[in-house]
Each structure stands twice: as C-alpha cells, then as structure tokens.
Design a protein around this ligand. Sequence first.
Ligand SMILES: Nc1nc2c(c(=O)[nH]1)N[C@H]1C(S)=C(S)[C@@H](COP(=O)(O)O)O[C@H]1N2
Ligand SMILES: [Mo]
Length: 238
Amino acid sequence: MGLILPKQTLSRRKLLQWSGFVGGSFLLNGCSSSWGVSQVNQWTEPLNQTIQQLMVSQRPVPEFAANQIEPNSLLINSFNGVPDIDPKTYRLAISGEVNNPIQLSLGEIQALPMTSMIIRHICVEGWAAIVQWGGIRLSDLIKLVQPKDDVRYVYFKSADGYYESWDLAASLHPQTLLAYQKNGEPIPQDNGAPLRLASPIKLGYKQSKWVTEVILTKQLMPKQGYWEDRGYEWFAGL
Ligand SMILES: Nc1nc2c(c(=O)[nH]1)N[C@H]1C(S)=C(S)[C@@H](COP(=O)(O)O)O[C@H]1N2
Ligand SMILES: [Mo]
C-alpha cells in the first residue's frame, strides 16, 4: 500500500496483461487443445474471479487514528464538473440480476446502520489523503436486494456520467461503504454528495462519487469504467 503508480505504468501493465491474454488464447487455438470455450472465456476476463477473491481478503484493513486525519488534503477530481443533486428527490436504485430490486431515499439509506472508518485515499495522479468516511456498507445493500446465484460484478452509475465496475468480493468487503459523511460532516458536493463509494482496498478512480445506480451482473460489460476504458487497470486493488 502507498505505492503510487503513474498513469503510464498502469496502462503499460494493462497492455502487457492484454498481450499476455492474447498470446494465451492464440496458443490455445494454435495447439487445438481440448480446453473448453468457457475456460478460454475465463482467461479473457481482466482477472480470474478466483484470483480476485484470493487477492481481496475480507479481513479489515487497519485504520488510522482520528488525529491522523488530513482535513484539506482530499483534492477534487472530477472529469466533468460537479453535478447538482437535490437530496430531497434523490433515489439510489439497486437492480440487475437480483430477486428484489429497490430504490432508496437518502433518509432510508441513513436509517441503515452507519459504519465509520478512517482510511487513506490514493489517487494514481500522485496524491493521497487520510479521510474519515461514514456510510452504509455496500454489503448490507447487496444482501437487501438478494442477488441471484453467480452474480460476480457490481456496476455503479453516477450523476455526472461516470461509471465503474467492481468485482463482487471487493464490493462485499466490510470497509467498502457508500458514504454520506466525510470527516464528521455531510459530504461536500465536490466530494460526491449525497452518496459516494469509499474503500481502503481500491484506488481512487474506483471510488465513484454521486452514485445513483448500483447494478449487479453476472458478466463484465464492454464498458468497464470511465478510466479503465481509457487504459487504466480494471482491478485497481491496494
Ligand atoms: N462520479 C465521479 N466519481 C469519481 C471521479 C469522477 O470524475 N466522477 N473521479 C475519481 C477519481 S480519479 C478520484 S481520485 C476520486 C477523487 O475523489 P475526491 O474528488 O472526493 O477527492 O474520485 C473518483 N470518483
Ligand atoms: Mo484519481
């Protein structure tokens, strides 16, 4: 943790990853092996889910103390300005491959148990910040909607057009929150009010601000994430 990789390193890694995958499937085709199609499909995903699950332990990441919070160090990163969301009419929709899709108002979200954590946010552009976040566990919401068997990914859509996808294991981590509080105050508009992702196990660009929709899927779609579709690594684990 704490290793800050410049953009180029990430895209290069992704490139190498992909050339590896391409080479791999070429090899499989080339030697007309008995590997089934599903096996090959697994290889063409950014990472095999079993490996992801091994990589993301469900054990909590150690947190910082209150006196280590860095109050003004969370820089604003937004690719397309700051959307204006009326908290009174705001709804979070959770849908997809689930038995019980729901829409929740901010009041309903804030009535669920709140988790508070002090973690370090790391942006690949070369800055980091120790921040307190308060919010609901994403896992609580996922339990509420009752995902169907073999759901593996969670998509997030944001009011500014940003989009992201996460692996299910990371989404269920106890410190993956949909936060409405930052450093003890309601989240400022710039930082993603009324609701944003916050988690110590993923890089900054995975942490969608202004989240309006959560969609559970069995497969990874061609559009994986705003920055991922521009060359950033998909898993982006810390
Ligand atoms: N909706 C949305 N979420 C976003 C972004 C964005 O442009 N739009 N930028 C991401 C990036 S790159 C980072 S580092 C963090 C920054 O969060 P902050 O602006 O609260 O510091 O938000 C992430 N979430
Ligand atoms: Mo970032």
